[in-house]
Design a binder for this molecule. Structure first.
Ligand SMILES: *Cc1c(COP(=O)(O)O)cnc(C)c1O
Length: 399
């Protein structure tokens, strides 16, 4: 007997739950890729993507996952031998930096560890020390999906501005866009990248690069720009074949159209941020109660620096893996593995897990996730504090 039969919840931090409406939008025959309809459909996505990114500048769509737009962002702004500054708060900015190294860019890393956000003062110090302005860009991740740290991008920009250093600010919002408040223009972000499969509720396979005029000026001299990754032909093209450098990702576009209708025109971006904030608060309330009587602990202590899209937890080996296996087998919910907290061959690796609560997620799903974790803690006899679900329900009751 298993209690897992029924609708399952893939609660990993991406790919996220795809709404039925978005899946249904893909259930149609292939369209003529030279038709005006497809051009219009693609054109209709651009203002909505800009609305989610809070920018009036340029939005481009690539047939790529997150790693693809990591490369696209670097290719359009940098040259071989350029130096960039990597601000690591978990695994993802390090991955972006490693991609840059493979492209022939030199990286300098400031690593803030796995439990603390970027310290803007340390970034300012590094930029002041670079009086020759050799750093061409500063790379940061808004929400690091491995640690669930949310960085204060506006404070980072302010610190960069204070130094007068001209480096571009490039931000990875793959985990956070549509979930955690992000203001590309107001916060002075020059390049922002995201993917389809997290807050944008669309299957993996589309990536997005947003860039302003300063970034486009860097594109003039970037010798890493290549035919396929060039963002210019993708901005305001005349027809869709040119836009995608070949055949359009037709069904991805149908899916994205439906998802953006839901996010931008029906719920509204700010309401979606508020929903994610309330759901995240309910999750934190439960974890705090569990932690009062056992090893459960949120990875990020300071609430304002916790993501609203993903939660990383520490529970000690082997409880993390045991708990994930229990919930998947017995409750139909798949939790995320701990990523980048320990090496996979280290027994400590089994002491972490994550919950993805990004995109198409509501109160009953979160309560189901928390109730399933509570059942796992009980079944596995992992010590834990009581009334976690009460605490979460109280948060949801406040709205
Ligand atoms: C998911 C994610 C990526 C990687 O995206 P892929 O589509 O797997 O290449 C990069 N950065 C962040 C912050 C992410 O959450």
């Amino acid at each position: 007997m298993t209690l897992a039969n029924g609708r399952t919840y893939l609660a990993i931090p991406g790919p996220s739950v795809v709404p039925d409406r978005v899946l249904q939008a893909m259930q149609r025959p292939a369209p003529n890729i030279y038709s005006a309809d497809l051009t219009q459909l693609t054109a209709s996505l651009i203002p909505d993507l800009k609305a989610v990114a809070r920018t009036k500048h340029n939005a481009t769509i690539f047939i790529a996952n997150g790693h693809g737009v990591w490369e696209a962002s670097l290719s359009n702004t940098l040259s071989r031998g350029d130096r960039i500054l990597i601000l690591a708060t978990g695994r993802f900015c390090l991955g972006w930096g490693a991609m840059a190294e493979r492209m022939g860019v030199e990286t300098e890393i400031i690593d803030f560890g796995k439990r603390a956000p970027i310290d803007p003062a340390r970034v300012a110090e590094a930029l002041r020390a670079d009086s020759a302005h050799s750093f061409k860009a500063v790379l940061a991740v808004h929400v690091d999906t491995s640690t669930s740290i949310k960085n204060d991008i506006s404070a980072l920009r302010a610190a960069m501005d204070e130094t007068g250093h001209p480096a571009l600010l490039m931000v990875d919002c793959i985990a956070s866009l549509g979930c955690d408040r992000f203001e590309m223009d107001d916060w002075g972000v020059d390049v922002m990248i995201t993917g389809s499969q997290k807050g944008l509720m669309t299957p993996p396979g589309a990536g997005f690069v947003f860039y302003n005029d300063k970034a486009d000026r860097a594109r003039e001299n970037a010798d890493l720009v290549t035919g396929y990754w060039d963002w210019r032909p993708r901005t305001d093209p005349d027809y869709v074949y040119e836009y995608f450098n070949g055949t359009a990702p037709t069904h991805q576009l149908f899916a994205l159209r439906e998802a953006l209708t839901m996010l931008v025109h029906e719920e509204g971006v700010e309401a979606a941020w508020a929903r994610h904030a309330s759901l995240a608060s309910a999750i934190w309330a439960a974890f705090e109660r569990w932690g009062e009587g056992g090893p459960m602990e949120l990875n990020v202590a300071e609430p304002s620096r916790r993501s609203h899209a993903v939660t990383a937890a520490r529970i000690g080996a082997p409880h993390g893996t045991a708990l994930r296996e229990w919930t998947e087998k017995n409750a139909g919910i798949t939790l995320g593995i701990g990523l980048g907290m320990a090496e996979p061959d280290d027994p400590a690796w089994h002491g972490f897990f994550r919950i993805g609560h990004m995109g198409h997620v509501n109160a009953q799903m979160v309560m189901g996730a928390l109730g399933s974790i509570e059942a796992a803690l009980t079944a596995l006899q992992i010590p834990h504090g009581q009334s976690a679900l009460d605490a979460a329900a109280q948060v949801l009751a406040r709205g």
